[in-house]
Design a protein. Sequence first.
Lengths: 125, 243
Amino acid sequence: QAGIIASEVPGRSRERDGSESNQCSLHPFQVSFQQLGWDHWIIAPHLYTPNYCKGVCPRVLHYGLNSPNHAIIQNLVNELVDQSIPQPSCVPYKYVPISILLIEANGSILYKEYEDMIAQSCTCR
Amino acid sequence: QVGQPSVALLPEASTVPLIRELLEEAPGKQQRKPRVPGPPLRYMLELYQHSADESGHPRENRTTGATMVRLVRPLANVARPLRGPWHKQTLDFPLRPNRVAYQLVRATVVYRHQLHLAHSHLSCHVEHWVQKSPTDHFPSSGRGSSKPSLLPEAWTEMDITQHVGQKLWNHKGRRVLRLLFLCQQPRGSEVLEFRWHGTSSLDTAFLLLYFNDTQSVQKAKLLPRGLEEFTERDPSLILRRAR
């Protein structure tokens, strides 16, 4: 079966997975801390861009998706063995931190770097 | 619920680091944002602008040397007017017990070394408070007193890391760091009787505590340099090799 998969015409898998445009990818998204209900204690920044990952995970996962081998296997299981096992999910792969200036309940002022607050790339897992 | 402005934090969510911190650090929604006087807020805004861009991304060339900097203001009290050329103000800084996750890397006190009161201008410095009369001064013009670009002219930053150190730090419950803020009238000037009208301790000094998040310190150590560079450069290489 490996031969068939390897010679798979990308277009066919796209038929099943929809067009190129809805493949797993990073989408920019910006919120204000006011929308999150935190503006009464956050001084800076005013806007925050967490971004998000969205899209389907095609059967033959291209390299840019940093997917583990397991994701390819799970796709095959979903297609060839048991459809109740879901395809891999499109989730963040790399994150970057954000620096926040905030006021604490006792009036102290805090500069703090929070890890993993902004999605920088996506993967199928 | 959509449109619900405040974050309804689920009880079990407190295991997630950020949510746990929100529960601890964020003043309650009903609580007004505490009023913070000029110099401390200005100082921290400057520090923030030097350390992060307008989107909040930490700058590569930031110089704080810490992932968290807390500005602690002294408990409000007003100096006791004294006779003679000296004026003394006791500054009590409340210290929270240190969370295991953070390591104190530096502590400094930032204070006005010049004060203009009534018709005179005083020169001031800070000492750590001892039971008996203050004898050993912090070197008021020695080690650690620096004038980083963040500070307006009349302010000085004094390193007191040793003084704060572990002895004050790992006790449970609230601790108070007590310092003395001493001002002297210029020599030879007519000794004026001052009343420190409203010069509360909130305007004369504040504490800066620099921490590193031990997890990120650990993470940096976990990956030997080579592997870290390797994964950074091209993660798919690892995958290909595994294949």
